[in-house]
Design a protein around this ligand. Structure first.
Ligand code: ADP
Ligand code: MG
Length: 192
């Protein structure tokens, strides 16, 4: 049994997609054990996207460079640098600005394989690469080219913890243990 953090980012809320996205998780049988609509404090955003964690920053930089290489895009031309740390810092700032730009719906789902199932239903980070049927693939089309030439984060509607370890770090940032509930869903008897 796993728990994972999902955040419907400001573009999802502003486009009126909350219900549609939330229902995908409910339909799949994942249990919503916490939820709140909130404006993200900048201090929380900075912990969630940790600009002081070198491994995280370089990881963001590396992933971005890999994508640029795959699509023949020039990091120097788009970002002014090909240094992974600098790229990570740049994206972290854009990400924080994006997540604090409007209300978000944060929620926690629970279920067997919740982390992996959630990543799968969200789809690829880059919406233009996300498979049809996934949330990002069905409802968005952004790319790193569009985002980075506009000096902003990729608008991909949803955040989902990338691993069990990430979920364990992220959930307590957003929810107090008293805001996470235990209950039984009617389908549990049939599905398990
Ligand atoms: P995911 O959200 O799929 O776990 P990452 O953890 O790699 O993806 O990145 C976090 C978020 O940063 C992404 O959801 C996206 O909004 C944004 N992002 C990732 N790469 C870039 C990039 N090259 N330019 C702008 N924003 C990016
Ligand atoms: Mg991630």
């Amino acid at each position: 049994m796993e728990q994972t953090l999902i955040i419907l980012k400001p573009d999802a809320v502003e486009r009126g997609l909350m219900g549609r996205i939330l229902s995908r998780f409910e339909q799949m049988g994942l249990k919503i054990v916490a939820a709140k609509l909130m404006k993200t404090p900048r201090s929380l955003a900075e912990k969630h996207y940790p600009g002081n964690r070198e491994v995280w920053l370089r990881g963001m930089g590396e992933k971005t460079l890999e994508n640029y290489k795959k699509f023949g895009e020039d990091p120097i031309k788009l970002l002014g640098t090909n240094d992974t740390h600098e790229i990570g810092m740049m994206i972290q700032k854009w990400l924080v600005d994006y997540i604090v730009s409007g209300p978000v719906l944060a929620f926690v789902v629970e279920g067997p394989h919740a982390v992996e199932l959630t990543r799968k239903i969200c789809g690829n980070t880059l919406p233009f690469l996300a498979s049809p049927g996934s949330i990002r693939g069905d409802l968005a089309y952004d790319s790193s080219y569009l985002a980075n030439s506009g000096k902003r984060a990729i608008k991909n509607l949803v955040h989902a913890s990338g691993s069990i370890e990430e979920a364990k770090y992220e959930i307590p940032l957003w929810f107090d243990s008293s805001e996470i509930f235990e209950y039984e869903r009617a389908e549990e008897k049939v599905m398990q």
